[in-house]
Design a protein around this ligand. Structure first.
Ligand SMILES: [Zn+2]
Length: 68
């Protein structure tokens, strides 16, 4: 199980290291943050992309290999 339920009865997704995954309520907000992080901490081979989560219905970021 990679999520838990908080006091409000909401599903909270957990990362592999057992901390809550960062989540955003809107696609726009998530995209702004992805863009910011990609610019601030550029990686050679990977980039952060937004996806909508089936579990909690919020948006998370995931690492994706760049298309060459
Ligand atoms: Zn989620």
């Amino acid at each position: 199980m990679n999520y838990s339920i908080n006091d409000n009865g909401e599903v909270v997704c957990m990362s592999a290291n057992k901390t809550p995954k960062v989540r955003w309520e809107t696609l726009t907000l998530a995209q702004v943050n992805a863009e910011y992080l990609n610019k601030t901490y550029p990686k050679k081979d990977t980039t952060l992309v937004v996806y909508r989560c089936d579990q909690c219905d919020y948006y998370h970021l995931t690492t994706k290999y760049k298309d060459i």
